[in-house]
Design a protein around this ligand. Structure first.
Ligand code: AMP
Length: 637
């Protein structure tokens, strides 16, 4: 959008600011903008006529970085200093990625300082944020070169399932690359925008965005009403994509030519050639029925010698569409399974989906398109280049932010519930899972000890009733609460999730005004699989959890009553008759015993009995302020 304007005060020429849209992908990245004349989004292409910049960073022996096609050349020959898929490491701890450690050919290490991973190249250490910033710098350079104007503002897309830490990391990478990241937008939302969905005033639609890229797959269900985008659910597999199709082809060919995987890996050049030919075959088969390649025609002399020495049963690599479809069928089925789950989460049927949007290079495979269309029972939308569609949508969003388009509100959802730890280690949910964001909620809590001057605010994410089964995101202490009897302080805890999906937690004691807030940057993120596991666990344990919660609540109530009664007795000994004292002591003992026995029903009965016994004299003399403050309040340690 390089618009030229004239400053009417000075008469000088001035350029309208350029805000670009960036798709920072796992395999490829690209930058797009709105064409000043056509007003349509375009992906920016360099002289190589490709808009795609491989998301790969290579470091030479002096530590100089190269990015994109230049870096891709070293993928096979210098695997330890050629970093691909850095996006998978964004906001992750070593724990999060260790099960997939074999996937990375470079050194991923645990960084003790903030428990996030780093990548080691020689004796240099790079965070995923550093690595992503190299890619973003390259895209910025490309945009500035083509648009011939400085580019400092961008909208960057992230997968809908990215958590706070991953979104924040993406934002930080942008900052490091010299970009002011105006908005982080969900990829499916951007893809929908690129199809012009939601641009009509009274339009109401439910759409599915099916995104199968090089290494990742996800499907999102979006609801659009009058320009409001709402992600209803999201599902997928972060280790499934077109690269797996290539791998299946290679495995098939290895069998055909009589070579083991070890033999292939023992020869880096052969491995690289097979990978490239397999990808070529896959792309070819998207249009033709048959692919053939003669290994003995390899021009690379060294490779030819090796190939000839390997005594292969055949040098002819063949593949038909039929065979290819058969190879990838299980993977396609996996993606359809995710569609089933996404619909289930959104509480919808396949027939409720009005439009299906295809994203990612691998959706060019006809068998993929056919399976998705058969599942939803209607043709898919694939007219926009699936590699560019997300970046194009990001450019539209950038245009909206620049004020050149009518204003849209983009609503997203939280993948897991967010809440606080309350007495007894219970999870008190403030923002339930699948809530729309941006969102803001507040809830009041109080203290349970006289003169309590601090309150620990522990923030958790998850669906289980006990915080120990959920994931801790952050913790801080609200200090400086002036001495007051238990139950008197009013601590208002606020959860705010902004449009980027970043959570800010505030705590304020309303009587004294002391307050504290924290921007939650979780120590480590959650993988898709982990989110799914947490949800599954919550379903499996739902019955146990309800019982545990009921017990903890009964116990907390019982303990509180014991506490209050004891205090009351000490304070008001003179007001109570000997008989009253005796029955009260007995009722207290019975309640204490029930608590020790962890018998919920018994605790409730004994609590009720103690209440009955103490009610007459409590009514007589109980401190109004304390009782008033204690009633109906949430208590935290
Ligand atoms: P993306 O991550 O969206 O850039 O997708 C890249 C993936 O799409 C790679 O696995 C490519 O091999 C694959 N791809 C690109 N073009 C085609 C095509 N014509 N047919 C099949 N797969 C393709």
């Amino acid at each position: 959008m390089a618009k030229i304007g004239i400053n009417i005060v000075t008469g000088s020429l001035q350029q309208a600011e350029v805000i670009v849209g960036i798709d920072l992908g796992t395999t490829n990245s690209l930058v797009a903008t709105i064409h000043p004349d056509t007003k349509r989004p375009i992906a920016l292409k360099e002289f190589d006529n490709s808009s795609l910049v491989p998301s790969i960073v290579h470091f030479d022996s002096f530590g100089n970085a190269s990015v994109g096609e230049e870096a891709k050349k070293f993928l096979e020959t210098e695997p330890q200093n050629t970093i691909f898929s850095a996006k998978r490491l964004m906001g992750k701890s070593y724990n999060d990625v260790k099960t997939n450690a074999g996937f990375f050919t470079y050194k991923v290490i645990d960084d003790n300082t903030d428990s996030l991973v780093k990548v080691q190249v020689g004796n240099q250490f790079y965070s995923p944020i550093d690595l992503s910033s190299y890619i973003l710098k390259e895209l910025k350079k490309r945009a500035e070169h083509i648009l011939k104007t400085p580019v400092t503002k961008a909208v960057i897309t992230v997968p809908a399932y990215f958590n706070d830490a991953q979104r924040q990391a993406t934002r930080d990478a942008g900052k490091l690359a010299g970009l002011d990241v105006l908005r982080i937008v969900n990829e499916p939302t951007a893809a929908a925008l690129a199809y012009g969905l939601g641009l009509e005033k009274d339009e109401e639609k439910t759409i599915a965005v099916y995104d199968l890229g090089g290494g990742t797959f996800d499907v999102s269900i979006l609801h659009i009403t009058s320009g409001i985008f709402e992600v209803l659910s999201t599902n997928g597999d972060t280790y499934l994509g077109g690269d797996d199709f290539d791998r299946l082809i290679i495995q098939y060919w290895l069998k055909e030519i009589g070579l083991s995987e070890e033999e292939m890996h023992g020869n880096k050049q052969l491995a690289q050639t097979l990978r490239l030919v397999a990808e070529e075959a896959k792309k070819h088969l998207s249009k033709q029925e048959r692919f053939e390649f003669d290994l003995s025609t390899i021009t690379n002399y060294e490779l030819r010698i090796t190939a000839n020495n390997l005594l292969l049963t055949t040098y002819n690599l063949q593949l038909t569409t039929e065979k290819f479809n058969e190879l990838i069928q299980p993977l396609i089925e996996k993606t359809i399974n995710s569609c089933v789950n996404a619909l289930k989460d959104a509480d919808l049927k396949a027939t409720d989906i009005d439009t299906i949007v295809m994203v990612g290079g691998s959706t060019r495979v006809p068998a993929v398109k056919n399976a998705v269309s058969a599942f939803f029972g209607k043709p898919v939308n694939d007219s926009v280049n699936p590699d560019e569609v997300v970046a194009l949508g990001a450019a539209i969003q950038a245009d909206i932010l620049a004020g050149n388009n009518k204003d849209f509100l983009l609503l997203d959802i939280t993948p897991l519930s967010l809440g606080l730890e309350t007495m007894g280690g219970l999870m008190d949910v403030l923002i339930p899972r699948n809530s729309k964001i941006p969102t803001k909620v507040g809830r009041q809590y109080t203290t349970y000890q006289d003169g309590q001057s601090g309150m620990r605010i522990s923030v958790f994410q998850g669906e289980r009733d006990l915080v120990k089964d959920n994931r801790k995101l952050a913790e801080f202490n609200l200090t400086g609460i002036p001495g007051m009897p238990a139950g008197l302080p009013k601590v208002e805890v606020g959860f705010l999730i902004n449009a980027d999906g970043i959570l800010v937690v505030t705590a304020k004691e309303l009587r004294s005004g002391v307050q504290q807030s924290i921007e939650v940057k979780p120590q480590y993120g959650l993988t898709d699989a982990e989110v799914e596991k947490m949800l599954m666990d919550s379903i499996t344990h739902a019955k146990d959890d309800i019982q545990t919660r009921a017990l903890v609540e009964a116990r907390t109530e019982g303990e509180q009553l014991l506490n209050v009664t004891e205090k009351f007795l000490t304070k008001n000994a003179g007001l109570i008759s000997k008989e009253e004292l005796l029955v009260t002591a007995q009722a207290m003992q019975a309640l204490q015993l029930a608590i020790t026995m962890e018998d919920k029903n018994l605790i409730q009965t004994k609590t009720e009995e103690l209440n009955e016994v103490t009610r007459p004299f409590a009514e007589r003399a109980m401190d109004e302020a304390i009782s008033g403050a204690m009633k109906g309040q949430n208590i935290m340690g």
